[in-house]
Design a protein. Sequence first.
Length: 85
Amino acid sequence: QKQQGCPPTTTAMPQKSTTPVATTTPHAPYDCTAGLAAWETGWSGSKKNWCCQHKDLGCPQAVATTTGLPYDCNQDFATWENWAA
């Protein structure tokens, strides 16, 4: 006499892939080393901004004063209303 029931099932663990997964890094929108020698005149404004912010290249230099700050706030203080905004 045959017993009726559910067909046998097999539970197998999924196989790990042996194929390496390629990891991609986001491509930089600019090559900040290309044209670096003439960046001030050769780069677009957006390239200057991006390279300065992300690669610390092509950044404008701050104007140095005797105080080491870009502006001397004590100079012409008596007429500060005339300073440029």
